[in-house]
Write a protein that binds this ligand. Sequence first.
Ligand code: NAD
Length: 254
Amino acid sequence: MILEIDEKITRAADLISRASSITVLTGAGISEESGIPTYRGEGGLWRDYRAEDLATPEAFQNDPKLVWEWYEWRRGIVKEAKPNYAHYALAELEGHNPNFNLITQNIDGLHKLAGSKNIIELHGNIWQTRCTRCAIIEQNLDVPLKELPPRCNNCGAIVRPNIVWFGEVIPMPLIDKALIAIEQCEVMLIVGTSGVVEPAASMGLVAKQTGKIVIEVNLEPTINTNFYDLTILGKSGEILPLICKSGEAYSYLL
Ligand code: NAD
């Protein structure tokens, strides 16, 4: 049965409003309307490098300054960015649901700025550094950075972004936390992710296999779309306030 977009929105809103527990997974697409380029979109390119060429331990080992220059560029963009209606809609949804978890692949911190609380940042945070020698994690909000590459305040060694790069593994406790959140939810909402980077890419499939209702919001179909219960094509900043509506959520649209 092919549903019109209005019917899909009504159905999703109904499923979400009746769910006793909700887990959300977000990707770069949710921050696109805040002006942060997605990784695989055209705006994600920097000096002709792809993210996949720079966000690796090998790239950092070869040229830490180059990798930090790229992060400095990204940090400049993120610093200017504000949460959009999609981030706010999720924060408000959490306010109405005691059993709510938000898993994000994003490193931009915009969910927290919007007021979300129960956040699992799978890939780290762009405002944190981790020392390559003593492993201390520090917050660093400098844009521009005082030195490139920046150094550890504790031991003076070079620090790296506290981000999970390609070829690295997400710390197991974080994956466990995400899987428990999926196991405990009734409805899973997946927003703005292409579904090509593991393990997040498989999380919606895990939810489906364990009997959850999975709703996807994306600009275009993804490789997992056919497995989900409902996919709504459109901008998350427009769709989420409608499907997460619970009275005040409408205030965004007035
Ligand atoms: P992606 O760029 O692969 O996909 C973005 C998705 O969002 C696309 O499917 C696109 O259609 C959709 N989209 C774009 N604008 C939208 C909008 N306004 N509303 C709804 N959907 C929209 O991003 P991803 O799926 O998050 O990539 C997976 C992860 O890979 C990233 O989140 C990131 O953590 C990781 N990654 C990390 C680095 C790094 O610096 N460590 C670099 C590259 C990728």
